[in-house]
Design a binder for this molecule. Structure first.
Ligand code: FHN
Length: 642
């Protein structure tokens, strides 16, 4: 049994010297199946296998998306660091719009009259819908309110500098007129218009870069593997090589027919049919088609889960892609972008009203920039092509903040301070932008360890409102008094006599002389890292005895301190022994099971003698990790013995 594909006579053509492609037309869903269209030829695809220089001739007689081998890409280049000039606009931009839009906006989180959990664009998977039952959505897709200029203006007015839209998500449906399938907006819907063809010029007219999200995983394509368990589609004879050629052919369309593209944002790379060699080839293809295009790290297999950074090794991709989270610290020399939703879903769900506040969204943007990263903020338009009002409202309010404070975001690098309890800092050459989330009751803001002389300070929103400052051996203090604070974040521009230099002054004790060392203030090495999720807020992934967790503390009064740890420990894979050391003193402790990785307990480890010192490293290291992971460490307290 073959799938509903036909080959019309005359669809066979030579793609390149070594490739013969066959144009296959998808029989519109619901029309009669034909076994062989008149004049149909056996599809013949010759793949030039680069590594051996041999021609493997694969004859197939089947119906599938057009088996095109894309243009032969240049030699694999991702080992070369992304050229600074190629990334320059992206590093300057710091802020972009993500758009998840497709057929899934029609059900909008409901199927057969019942609400479906999970993110909206995953409804085929979440409701275990078969392709045959999903395809009729295409005939309903008629977004009569879609207006590319309005979308582009909303993004630009919010202060965004690039737009990334789903050219194809995991359901395989294309928002562009592809010559390689009829499962696209032009052939399968009453709307027919090429969404990307309309959006690209509108985005560029607003001075922004047009970028494509493209899913590697494709639940619809007859050649994609693995199948969804509830929809094995045994009548098809899948061929992943053919799918890979289809994928490359569409990427070629996206980078050939729509003008200069800023970023290829791949996704859906995690299934085992997608391999590192394919990813490297796809990266090279993109760069060979548009040498200046930037490609994210989900093109290959290097992305490490939702934290999104690229693993050690030769993995393609120009930037890391944390998702729904922001790294706890900046990573010098590493480009990354956190993508996040405004509510809880990427694709539209009519019942998802869990909107983040504008303050949260502005502070997320600041947090990313303060760590040297970008913020890609998502909107999910509805089936009529409307961006939800709640999203538009937040975009407007963000734009108002950016109009006044955008210079503290655009073109900045990570701030020099490891942590500022009242907010964040970004840097641009010899200027610091101090973002104040919580206006200080005592009217002063501490810039710990700053040794570079300050030459000026004023409120960015009111340049005439100068700010006094005082410097000392341990840093500087801004005397801001009581000023009209911006509800989202107030920014103080601080000019310096040279590039900022910040010494490690160590975490100071609190008024009672105790040290309260929070996991997010620690420096970690190895696999151990801070997990920001609300129910964790702890250092996890502690799987290696070489991993080290360090706080630098400023010990004014030497003496004996009781050491308490607050940790969680999964009863099955957690547990072990650890060492707390400072200067030449050390004590050992044992992590014993709690109910789960998020069930925290505070325990006394013992007492330790601390010498006086401006910056004493306090280290926690694992001695034994017998079951896989040591513990999730949320806090270490040092309480002076009376
Ligand atoms: O599965 C997708 C999901 O639908 C969404 O597109 C996000 C956004 O980056 N990426 C994947 C989940 O990691």
């Amino acid at each position: 049994m073959i799938d509903n594909w036909t080959i019309a006579a005359g669809d066979v053509r030579v793609i390149s010297g070594v490739d013969i492609g066959v144009k296959l037309h998808r029989r519109p869903p619901g029309s009669p199946r034909t076994r062989h269209a008149p004049g149909m030829l056996a599809g013949m695809s010759i793949h030039h296998t680069r590594s051996f220089g041999t021609l493997a001739l694969a004859m197939f007689c089947g119906l599938c998306e057009t088996p095109h081998a894309a243009a032969q890409p240049q030699a694999h280049t991702s080992a070369s660091a992304p050229a600074a000039d190629r990334m320059a606009w992206w590093r300057e931009a710091r802020f972009g719009m993500f758009i998840h839009w497709g057929l899934y906006a029609i059900p909008a989180g409901e199927w057969n009259g019942k609400p479906v959990g999970g993110i909206g664009e995953w409804i085929l998977n979440s409701a275990q819908i078969t392709v045959a039952d999903y395809e009729p959505l295409a005939a309903q897709f008629n977004p009569v309110d879609f207006n590319a200029e309005q979308w582009a203006k909303a993004a630009a007015d919010a202060g965004m500098k690039y737009v990334v839209i789903t050219s194809k998500h995991h359901d395989g449906f294309c928002l562009f007129d592809s010559k390689h399938t009829t499962w696209d907006v032009a052939d399968a819907t009453p709307f027919k218009r090429d969404i990307l063809k309309e959006l690209a010029p509108a985005v560029r007219a607003q001075g922004m870069q047009m970028c494509w999200y493209h899913s590697i995983m494709d639940w619809h394509h007859p050649d994609y593997l693995p199948r969804r368990a509830w929809d094995p589609r045994p009548e098809l004879k899948p061929d992943f090589e053919r799918f890979n050629a289809y994928l490359e052919a569409q990427v070629t369309e996206l980078l050939t027919n729509y003008g200069p593209i800023g970023v290829m944002w791949f996704d859906g790379e995690w299934e085992n049919t997608w391999t590192s060699p394919r990813g490297k080839r796809l990266y090279d293809l993109c760069r060979s088609l548009q040498p200046s295009v930037i490609v994210n790290n989900r093109v290959g297999k290097g992305r490490q889960g939702m934290q999104g950074m690229t693993a050690e090794g030769d993995h393609p991709g120009d930037f890391g892609t944390p998702e729904q989270e922001i790294p706890s610290t900046g990573i010098p020399g590493v480009d990354w972008e956190s993508c996040m939703t405004m509510n809880d879903t990427w694709g539209y769900k009519k019942d998802d009203l869990n909107w983040k506040s504008t303050t949260t969204l502005v502070r997320n943007l600041i947090d990313c920039a303060s760590k040297g990263g970008n913020y890609l903020l998502n909107v999910g338009p509805d089936a009529r092509g409307r961006i939800p009002d709640a999203s538009l409202e937040r975009l407007r309010e963000i734009g108002q903040w950016m109009k006044v404070n955008g210079s503290s975001i655009y073109g900045t690098q990570a701030g020099p301070f490891r942590k500022l309890p009242f907010g964040r800092a970004t840097r641009k050459a010899n200027t610091l932008y101090i973002h104040v989330f919580d206006w200080p009751q005592d009217g002063s803001l501490r810039l710990p360890g700053l040794t570079t002389p300050i030459t000026g300070a004023s409120l960015l929103a009111a340049p005439g409102r100068s700010v006094e400052w005082a410097s000392d051996p341990d840093g500087a203090t801004l005397r801001v008094g009581q000023m009209p604070a911006d509800p989202h974040a107030s920014v103080i521009e601080v000019t310096l006599s040279a590039a900022p230099n910040v010494i490690e002054t160590g975490i100071r004790p609190n008024a009672s002389g105790a040290f309260d060392l929070d996991a997010q203030d620690a420096e970690t090495t190895g696999s151990a890292r801070y997990e920001p999720e609300h129910d964790k807020r702890a250092i996890g992934y502690w799987m290696n005895t070489k991993d080290r967790v360090r706080w630098s503390i400023k010990v004014a009064q030497p003496g004996e301190f009781e050491v308490f740890v607050t940790y969680a420990c999964d009863p099955k894979i957690g547990g072990g022994t650890f060492r707390v050391s400072a200067a030449d003193a050390a004590i050992e402790g044992r992590a014993t099971p709690t109910a789960s990785w998020t069930d925290f307990r505070r325990e006394l480890v013992g007492t330790i003698r601390l010498p006086a010192g401006a910056s004493v490293p306090l280290d926690v290291t694992a001695i034994s990790i017998p079951n896989g992971a040591l513990m999730n460490l949320r806090r270490v307290e040092l309480v002076p013995q009376k």
